[in-house]
Design a binder for this molecule. Structure first.
Ligand code: ADP
Ligand code: MG
Length: 460
């Protein structure tokens, strides 16, 4: 057996421990190693839907775990190969029209419409959602919608509610929370929750089986329609067309619609103009990248849920180091839980560091201050030399501050060390820059997006 195959098996095994049996069987079981080419691991999946799903939900984690197994692997690519399904140990649920959505998974949300709605994650409730600055607007809006959906008279506070933000920041969690709220308090009302990919798939299937009338009826008779990750229907004209009509029909009947995407309606590419403007009609709420405080809050609550007693120091350490997204943070906590249960000993800062070395390394190993400076200079179109120059004009000072902020966030360097890298500046200058950018991220959307984009570029 080629070594890469065993690596993939181990990596998927580790991820399975983190995400659980159901998610493993739905999404990860059919992954097959195509080849390892230079530093790139190329993994095949049987369908496009699966590829997109794995790419958005698991790719970062897979790569991080892989690097732990084999540091030579620096990139992960997912390709579609329909042959894969034939060799998979079990049928991939999404590849089978009309089949059970997720064998052994949580119950289907609209049982009567079995295959239309995707299963809800029982952990994704409002009770389990930690509110902080970066997500307070999105959370408040989701709550309002949830309350209105179970109210006696059909008040639709904003239509649609459009939630957007980067990967792993809680969009899906909030949507499921709305659905749970409604399901528990107004079980007679109908909810459909679907990814945009699945919406498209259902639609294409309806076309193929000439059941478009049923399709239309099913979608147009719901009280609440939620479509997750609509960026996936960019460029898919006929799907957009159908979606647009469904959307309008529901709005006309005063039914609630909730949409999520990784970008705001105006930044979504490949979207028809009328669709774009429709999406921006209601309330557009963005979820910002997590702050240290929010990460700490989430860790505390999740540890509590698991009945895990972690020293404050360990939590603070994790909240500092794992900045990418909440999913990774949870992954770290799951590993720590598994470990402490296994060895029956308390977790210390040292053991946490050791246990999570690959994750921590993946979060920081590749990122150097030089790299950050180069990417930031490139992005803002200024000379690299301005990073160390004494010029104070806003056009160069702001990018420099962004670079300092990212250096603090993404590298383990201390403030004085960072200051030295920026032309021998004082550590208080760096501290000021970090504070300034933190403030601006909360108030200046376009800067927040620049920073998020740069963070991703530097980390990828
Ligand atoms: P997205 O859909 O934005 O990519 P998810 O909703 O899937 O992100 O969230 C990723 C993981 O992080 C989920 O397990 C979710 O429960 C958790 N999570 C995200 N934000 C929060 C939060 N504010 N409080 C608690 N858990 C959160
Ligand atoms: Mg999501």
């Amino acid at each position: 057996m080629r070594p890469g195959i065993a690596e993939l098996d181990r990596v998927v095994g580790l991820l399975k421990d983190e995400v659980g049996e159901t998610a493993y069987r739905s999404w990860l079981q059919s992954l097959r190693l195509e080849r390892i080419d230079g530093g790139e691991a190329i993994v095949a999946v049987p369908t496009r839907f699966l590829r997109n799903w794995v790419a958005t939900h698991y790719a970062d984690r897979l790569l991080a775990l892989w690097r732990g197994e084999n540091p030579a692997v620096v990139r992960l690519s997912l390709i579609v190969d329909p042959q894969v399904v034939a060799s998979a140990r079990e049928e991939v649920p999404v590849a089978e029209p009309g089949g059970p959505a997720e064998p052994g998974g949580p119950p289907d949300i609209a049982e009567d419409k079995g295959q239309l709605s995707a299963p809800l994650d029982p952990r994704f409730t409002f009770e389990n959602f930690i509110v902080g600055k970066p997500n307070e607007l999105a959370h408040a809006a989701a709550r309002r919608v949830a309350e209105a959906c179970v109210g006696p008279d059909r008040v639709v506070p904003f239509n649609p509610l459009f939630l957007y933000g980067g990967v792993g920041l809680g969009k899906t969690h909030l949507m499921h929370a709305i659905a749970w709220h409604m399901r528990l308090r107004a079980p007679a009302r109908k909810v459909i929750y679907l990814s945009a990919e699945k919406f498209m798939y259902q639609f294409i299937r309806a076309l193929r089986f000439k059941s478009t009338m049923d399709f239309k009826d099913a979608f147009r008779s719901v009280d609440l329609l939620m479509i997750d990750d609509v960026q996936f229907i960019s460029g898919k004209e006929s799907t957009q067309e159908e979606f647009f009509h469904t959307f309008n029909a529901l709005v006309d009947q005063n039914r609630q619609i909730v949409i999520s995407a990784d970008k705001s309606p105006s930044d979504l590419e490949g979207l028809e103009e009328r669709m774009r403007s429709r999406l921006g009609w209601g309330l557009v709420a963005d979820i910002h990248p997590t702050t240290y405080e929010l990460r700490l809050g989430i860790l505390q609550s999740k540890a509590e849920q698991k009945g895990l007693r972690l020293p404050q120091k360990v939590m603070e350490f994790l909240a500092h180091k794992i900045v990418s997204n909440v999913r990774e943070l949870e992954g770290a906590l799951n590993r720590i839980t598994a470990q402490s249960q296994l060895i029956g000993r308390d977790i210390t800062l040292e053991s946490a560091q050791e246990l999570l070395h690959d994750l921590l390394r993946a979060n920081e190993r590749r990122v150097t201050i030089d790299e950050i400076q180069r990417k930031v200079a490139e992005h803002f179109n200024i000379k690299m030399a301005e990073m160390t120059s004494t010029r104070r004009a806003r056009v160069v000072a702001r990018p420099r501050q962004v670079a300092m902020y990212l250096a603090k966030q993404l590298t383990p360097r201390s403030l004085p060390e960072i200051g030295r890298k920026f032309g021998g500046r004082d550590h208080t200058t760096v501290m000021h820059a970090v504070k300034k950018i933190e403030e601006l991220i909360a108030t200046d959307r376009s800067l927040a997006e620049d920073v998020e984009l740069l963070r991703r570029m530097v980390q990828s």
